[in-house]
Write a protein that binds this ligand. Structure first.
Ligand code: ARG
Length: 611
């Protein structure tokens, strides 16, 4: 068993660097601040070192060099990491960039993690990590709990509001992205040490309930309500809604039912509670399929008694005023349209509900940040609502993560009812298509296992097809792309994982007494070094994906890692390599498998041992 390191990602780097006694005192001093270091990624740490190199080289400069950063290179010709700061500093230092870069390269003491600094082009600093240090870091990374990812969250509290469907319709494919992207950002934040409160802010208190109650009273089917409540609610809603168009008396009665519900009438309240209870059970079943979990499920109804008070507070603060019978907040300063918080008929709006919700979340959870994940059509709502929060003096960070719609080309589905595709039907089809693929690739796999693996592959494929796109772009979903075994897809990565993990089994069959984990990791061939450089980026990648709200940063990384592994596998001998090297390579395989698994875990994608 590898030694289990306490969680300090760049422990090696820190201690090696700190014992570099010729290094600047300032830096040595900082290095003792373990709390700060645990929250740093490798690029943060390298940036900090470079910044100190500039400070030492130019102590009298009219800048504190905060803009000095080190970034990952896309092309190995430009080093393992690169610093482009000399270009921007030329102005401050009144020196040519190349002169600055040459000076830094020539006068900076190389800490043990750095093999060399090269100057290129007009003044780029190309940084090369030390091989032995790199190998040691990869060993430590594999032994730690987070694969080198830092505790960037430092215990900060984040409320995540995602999924949040409106409650009288079955989930359709349009509901996938908020649940999927939201739960991935949720997992990533937890992984990085944030305290996350995931809240499903259901739309369970809208004006549609008057129409729904009338529908259920007149056309409802108790058995259907039990077996597929969301479908039944939608059915009676549609019937009742059609009636309102033919019969104005019907519309009035719907309004009365709504008023009764909103004023706490026992019969309507009981009916609404039954709708909610049965619908939530149905949601839970889909959430189990998707692997989505919440800490709280508080729909809009939870805040219903706070709406009037919310409007009163806005009025007291001088923010809300009467206009044409309604209560509104003018947002001219922010160049936004007016926001209605109470309609002329006395009803409250979506924004009012969100304002009541934010007050409650701040009071109860004291979050540092609240993150809302919805489709692009709600951008204006969140701009208005955030503007009002700022005027009310809330200090909590507020972010709206919006995503583009998911589109399906015609004829994508064999089972298509009406023009909406239910999420359940999408997942069913994904599983049955995956079963067919597995039946072909592993005909000997027992039925029960095939079912389980098909669920993992099918649902993983759907999730990955969504996550691998920039969230803000429109996703065109096709089965061919989602299920491809040879492209940037979920099944490709699951398949790669299963193959990599099997190397260890093959090794144990051939060398039952061998123990790769006790052999040192050696990076002999260039491709082994390249692979190690990929692995060491994992922490930076997860931080970037989480903080930029872009799961596709992680999918791109995993795809690239699997491809790099593939050229490693094809180009160097494993089991036929001499003893020692063989163990090192098998060990490196194991670390690649572990990082792939961790990455797929964060994406909510299972990794079956075989496919
Ligand atoms: N229920 C809303 C909808 O389906 C989304 C709610 C998002 N969250 C929020 N706090 N506004 O459009």
């Amino acid at each position: 068993m590898p030694r289990r390191a306490a969680f300090t990602p760049w422990a090696g780097l820190r201690s090696l660097y700190a014992c570099n006694s010729s290094g600047p005192a300032l830096y040595a001093g900082r290095m003792t601040d373990a709390k700060e270091d645990e929250s740093l990624t490798l690029t943060d740490t390298l940036s900090s070192w470079m910044r100190d190199a500039f400070r030492t080289a130019y102590p009298d400069a009219p800048t504190d060099f905060e803009e000095v950063v080190v970034v990952e290179t896309a092309n190995p010709e430009f080093g393992d990491y690169q610093c482009n700061a000399a270009m921007g500093l030329a102005r401050h230092l009144k020196l040519a960039p190349r002169v600055i870069a040459d000076h830094i390269a020539a006068h900076t003491d190389l800490p043990p993690f750095m093999a060399r600094i090269e100057v290129a082009g007009p003044g780029f600093l190309n940084l090369y990590l030390d091989d032995a240090w790199l190998a040691g870091q990869i060993e430590t990374l594999a032994a730690g709990e987070r694969m080198g990812a830092p505790a960037a969250g430092g215990g900060k509290t984040v409320v995540m509001d995602y999924g949040s469907p409106n409650m009288t319709k079955p989930l359709h494919i349009g509901h996938l992205r908020s649940h999927n992207i939201g739960s991935v950002l949720d997992r990533m934040h937890r992984f990085l040490g944030y305290h996350v409160i995931a809240d499903n802010h259901l739309g369970d208190w809208g004006t549609q309930f008057g129409v729904t109650i009338m529908g259920y009273r007149n056309f409802g089917d108790a058995a259907a309500m039990k077996s597929s409540p969301l479908e039944e609610l939608e059915r009676v809603y549609v019937l009742s809604y059609e009636q309102t168009k033919k019969d104005s008396d019907w519309m009035d009665r719907c309004r009365q039912e709504l008023v009764k519900l909103q004023s706490g009438d026992p019969e309507n309240t009981e009916m609404w509670e039954m709708f909610m209870r049965l619908s939530l059970e149905e949601l839970d079943r889909i959430y189990a399929r998707l692997g989505v979990h919440y800490d709280e499920i508080r729909g809009e109804s939870y805040y219903r008694d706070k709406l009037a008070g919310t409007v009163a507070r806005l009025e007291e603060a001088g923010l809300a005023v009467q206009s044409e019978g309604a209560t509104v907040v003018f947002l001219e300063e922010e160049k936004l349209p007016v926001c209605i918080v109470r309609k002329s008929d006395g009803g409250f709006n979506y924004a009012t509900s969100d304002l009541a919700t934010v007050a409650s979340r701040v009071e109860e959870h004291h979050p540092d940040r609240i993150i809302y994940i919805t489709d692009e059509r709600q951008q204006l709502h969140f701009k208005q609502f955030f503007a009002i929060c700022r005027r009310l003096g809330y200090e909590v960070g507020l972010d709206h993560v919006w995503f583009g719609l998911m589109r399906l080309p015609e004829a994508t589905f064999s089972t298509r009812e009406g023009n909406v595709i239910k999420l359940d039907a999408l997942l069913d089809e994904a599983e049955s298509r995956a079963q067919a693929i597995i039946a072909e690739s592993s005909p000997e796999m027992p039925e029960a296992e095939r079912k389980r693996v098909a669920a993992a592959v099918g649902i993983g494929a759907v999730k990955y097809a969504d996550l691998s796109q920039n969230p803000q772009s429109l996703v065109t979903f096709t089965w061919d792309k989602a299920l491809a075994l040879d492209g940037n897809s979920g099944p490709y990565l699951q398949y790669a994982y299963a193959r990599i993990a099997s190397v260890r089994d093959k090794y144990s069959e051939r060398f039952p007494d061998g123990s790769p984990e006790t052999e040192p990791l050696r990076l002999l061939e260039p491709i082994e070094r390249t692979l190690a450089l990929r692995l060491i980026r994992f922490g930076d990648v997860v931080v970037r994906a989480a903080h930029q709200y872009k799961p596709n940063v992680l999918t791109d990384y995993l795809y690239d890692l699997a491809q790099t592994y593939s050229s490693f596998y094809q180009n160097v001998p494993f089991l036929k390599a001499p003893e020692g090297i063989r163990e090192s390579r098998v060990r490196l395989c194991g670390i690649v498998a572990a990082v792939l698994k961790q990455g797929l875990d964060l994406l909510g994608i299972d990794t079956p041992a075989r496919i």
